[in-house]
Design a protein around this ligand. Structure first.
Ligand code: DC
Length: 223
């Protein structure tokens, strides 16, 4: 859409609520840079584990954080994190990372080390010639971009979300991660005021993406 304003779309929600698939669909539809902040927390968690840091020992976490150099590599429409020159791969979806990520993500010092990085993705999107940014996570509409042009909150029945992970071939205790992510003190997963809440339990990804795209294009009423 030449001449249209740069937009920021925030998508928050629990594990396997449909954030990544819908964010990818929107990024293609509106030429947006796609930033999956869950993958950033996962990548930092994998790096913490690699360096022997443990969530219960703040000193070990701070030491490991002190020498992380974060950079962004844009591949297609996806903004990928590089940590100290290394582009993380499939290890960020491993069982070890699934089990540890919510514990590391609850540490305020670790969250602060990703804050400016995440906000900087808007600039990366402008520089890369994108029409905007679609960022998904847990605190995007509440903390990272509270003034985003569009803020969505996706949720789904926990049993359906476990099934989605199994279909993806992953072992992931989604209800347990959600419990930890929602109950932490810093930037918990929560429906922020003004966000459009969508129950995706009985919807296909295409239907959810269509609904969101309609709202962004100004054609659909908010549910
Ligand atoms: O989206 P995901 O399931 O891949 O995210 C993995 C974990 O990262 C999630 O359980 C909590 C954490 N996370 C977070 O704390 N804040 C975000 N904005 C995104 C993810």
């Amino acid at each position: 859409m030449p001449g249209s304003p740069f937009i920021i779309v925030a998508i928050d929600g629990g594990a396997a609520s449909g954030k990544s698939s819908t964010a990818r669909a929107l990024s293609e539809r509106f030429n947006l840079l796609h930033s999956d902040t869950g993958s950033y927390y996962r990548a930092v968690t994998a790096e913490m584990l690699r360096r022997g840091a443990v969530p219960q020992d703040l000193g070990s976490v701070k030491r490991a954080l002190a020498d992380l150099r974060l950079a962004t590599r844009i591949e297609g429409r996806s903004a990928r994190i590089e940590i100290s020159g290394h582009l993380p791969g499939d290890e960020i979806r491993s069982r070890e990372v699934n089990d540890a990520v919510s514990h590391f993500s609850a540490i305020p010092e670790l969250r602060s080390s990703l804050l400016a990085y995440q906000r900087g993705q808007a600039e990366a999107a402008r520089k890369g010639g994108f029409s905007g940014l679609v960022m998904e996570g847990r605190d995007i509409g509440s903390v990272i971009f509270p003034d985003a042009d569009f803020r969505f909150f996706l949720h789904a029945d926990p049993a359906e979300r476990e099934r989605r992970r199994v279909r993806q071939g992953q072992v992931d205790r989604v209800a347990e991660r959600d419990r930890l992510d929602s109950s932490r003190k810093t930037a918990p997963l929560s429906l922020s005021e003004g966000a459009v809440s969508i129950d995706t339990t009985h919807m296909t990804i295409a239907e959810v993406a269509e609904l969101m795209a309609g709202i962004i294009a100004g054609q659909a009423a908010k549910p």
